[in-house]
Design a protein around this ligand. Structure first.
Ligand code: ACO
Length: 325
């Protein structure tokens, strides 16, 4: 059997910082509330209105290609995980291939909200395992500022913009992406969505007046389900691969809320020091949180280390992936 290994990393976060003090001037909130309830201190915002998700994805890919010396023409396939496509039609992956110069690649968009990167990583790995492709880019990119209502304190403090990219290449059996457990539960849709702008409620004066094009969520329900979801698939994947907490070197969770991350770590009886956290800098960048974490902390990972990635998002969607670095 041939496996897929992450052979290169890239990332991009916009320069514009929106910190908690700035949010205090926009909505009825406080740095103290945001920090203690979420762990977030600041987030990055794509403030140039001529740019969008495709540009952040292309910047992350360019960073990866510069870091690795791989030429854009060598890329065979691009999987773009995003919930904030530039347009409903056409696919954003086509724009990214164009902007990043991936002349020989085909690509497609992948929407599984905050779990999108993990679902896409596993799909990209399958193209390598089947020997269909040798170089697959998997990117998580989201411009959450485009769908967040900056008058709604329940949501606007949580999200930020960014993109992270990984390159998958062939590896031996037992290396790289080893196993995944994924779940979806459509009954969760009512608790977290952008209700309008799709085929069910196309844009109308009514949907705009009702602010239905922004993220709506029942934070408490999402919070509980996120803890249950990420801890149950993580413990299941560790059990299936005969890994106890000592054998796992790092857990890289989706960065939605520091308290969710702490609760998952407690449930798994896994030391928080071995959990990678950068939520304080970027907030929740949806599909980008896990690849941005891999990119931020890449110098800490050593070959052969066992890493569990885990995510939970709208849908509901959730799951865990086990990989050997
Ligand atoms: N500043 C001050 N007060 C606030 C703010 C704010 N920014 N936001 C909410 N509050 C208020 C609420 O209105 C509420 O007031 P009330 O009691 O008078 O009604 C009070 O704070 C407490 O609200 P809770 O909902 O109990 O706060 P909680 O501790 O649950 O934290 C939070 C809220 C941070 C949203 C939390 O529930 C959470 O993180 N949920 C998960 C969110 C998430 O991860 N979403 C993304 C999923 S990933 C994806 O796919 C996009």
């Amino acid at each position: 059997k041939q496996n897929a290994v992450i052979s290169a990393l890239g990332g991009y976060t916009p320069d514009t910082i929106l910190d908690n003090k700035m949010l205090e001037k926009m909505v009825d909130t406080s740095d103290e509330w945001i920090t203690s309830r979420t762990g977030i201190k600041e987030r990055r915002i794509l403030s140039d209105s001529t740019l969008a998700t495709s540009d952040m994805a292309a910047f992350a890919i360019k960073n990866l290609l510069d870091n690795s010396g791989v030429a854009p023409e060598e890329i065979e396939c691009l999987i773009l995980a995003t919930s904030t496509p530039d347009h409903i039609l056409t696919p954003t992956a086509s724009l990214v291939c164009e902007k990043a110069g991936l002349k020989n690649a085909w690509g497609f968009d992948f929407n599984a909200a905050c779990s999108g990167f993990l679902f896409a990583l596993s799909t990209g790995a399958a193209f390598i395992e089947s020997r269909r492709h040798k170089k697959v880019l998997v990117v998580g990119a989201d411009q959450m500022s485009a769908i967040v209502n900056y008058e709604d304190r329940n949501t606007c403090v949580l999200f930020g913009d960014g993109a992270g990219a990984v390159l998958l290449e062939p590896a031996n059996e037992g290396e790289g992406v080893i196993d995944s457990i994924f779940k979806t539960d459509g009954s969760g849709t009512q608790f977290l969505s952008v209700p309008a702008g799709g085929s069910l409620y196309p844009a109308s004066e009514e949907t705009i007046a009702g602010k239905k094009h922004f993220v709506h969520q029942d934070g408490k329900t999402v919070f509980k389900n996120a803890i249950n979801g990420m801890s149950s698939t993580s413990s299941a994947i560790m059990e299936r691969n005969n890994l106890d907490a000592d054998a796992v070197d790092w857990i890289i969770p989706h960065q939605a809320n520091l308290r969710i991350i702490q609760a998952v770590s407690d449930r798994l009886k896994f030391p928080i020091e071995k959990v990678k956290i950068n939520i304080q800098k970027y907030g929740n960048t949806t599909a980008a949180t896990i690849p941005l974490c891999l990119w931020d902390f890449k110098d800490d990972f050593k070959p052969g280390e066992n890493i569990v990635l885990t995510a939970f998002g709208a849908g509901f969607t959730w799951g865990s992936t086990y990989l050997k670095w």
